[in-house]
Design a protein around this ligand. Structure first.
Ligand code: 13P
Length: 287
């Protein structure tokens, strides 16, 4: 069932759990995540970055594929198809393509411009029955081998952006995309608490879910985090399982080179990772 993410995240906030948003890269990825969510009876969000959208030949292809999969796979749990870290143009393209949710990442604009563009996209998303996420405070991560520490969002700016009618809000609290460096200081819970207090109970989003220890995840959820994004961890699981298959020479046994066989261990590994996250985030049986 394709839905926007508003109701599922409000329920998560009220029920003190979080819904996982898992990035998809291709059919195998989408299939594995949907299978895991259905087996766990968990709501789920499929995140599509601008880059992954291009890779899959455009947002209309992704929307058509996911909608058809929900039907042919007989998926009964609520599923949101969500643009991850969208540009202004990308957000508009996903509205036109039939996504059910968008994120507008205006965190790199000066706050006034972020406000103007967010306002416009809130109106557009809501007119189309879609949910919209905004971001304050850039989420760091690795770029060209340099790991940037995550910015910490200003609670007052969070209040401004939350007040524009966005349905859920991503705020930097020292989280970064990709694997955390050994000297990472952990999440800034003091700031999270202030943001939560300043934003009228809006569901909060934690990006960079890969590698955050379980106790920090639980604490973040207790402070209003209702959506947790995971990408790298599925990629690492997929790569490790595929490597194991090839290093064991299985692609050279019989028809082991058949892509449906070669990609199967990786897909199973993604499923296992998603299942593990659903358990940790507490969304099991919440569909
Ligand atoms: P990770 O790749 O660190 O899991 O982050 C995912 C994310 O936040 C996508 O928006």
């Amino acid at each position: 069932m394709l839905v926007n993410a508003t109701e599922m995240l409000q329920k998560a906030r009220d029920g003190h759990y979080a819904v996982g948003a898992f990035n998809v890269n291709n059919l195998e990825w989408a299939k594995a995540i949907l299978q895991a969510a259905e087996e766990c009876k968990s709501p789920v969000i499929l995140g599509v970055s601008e880059g992954a959208g291009k890779y899959m030949c455009g947002f209309p292809v992704v929307a058509a594929m996911v909608k058809a999969m929900l039907e042919t796979m007989k998926i009964t749990v609520p599923v949101a198809l969500h643009l991850d870290h969208g540009t202004y143009e990308g957000a508009k393209a996903c509205v036109a393509a039939g996504f059910s949710s968008i994120m507008f990442d205006g965190s790199h604009y000066p706050i006034d411009e972020n406000v103007e563009k967010t306002k416009e996209l809130v109106a557009l998303a809501h007119a189309n029955g879609m949910s919209i996420e905004a971001e304050v405070g850039t989420i760091g991560g690795e770029e060209d081998g340099v790991v940037g520490m995550g910015e910490v969002a200003d609670p007052a700016e969070c209040a401004t952006i939350a007040g524009l009618g966005v349905d859920f809000l991503a705020a930097g609290i020292g989280n970064i995309h990709g694997v955390y460096p050994p000297n990472w200081k952990g999440l800034d819970f003091e700031t999270l608490d202030k943001i939560h207090a300043a934003t009228n109970n809006i569901p909060l989003v934690l990006h960079g879910g890969t590698g955050i220890p379980a106790d920090m995840i639980r604490k973040a959820v207790s402070l209003g985090v209702s959506k947790i994004n995971v990408n790298t961890e599925c990629q690492l699981s997929f790569a490790a399982a595929t490597r194991q298959y090839i290093e064991a020479g299985k692609d050279k046994q019989g028809k082991g080179f058949d892509p449906r066989k070669l990609l199967a261990p990786g897909a199973d590994a993604i499923k296992a990772t998603v299942r593990e996250k659903i358990e940790l985030f507490g969304s099991m049986n919440k569909a």
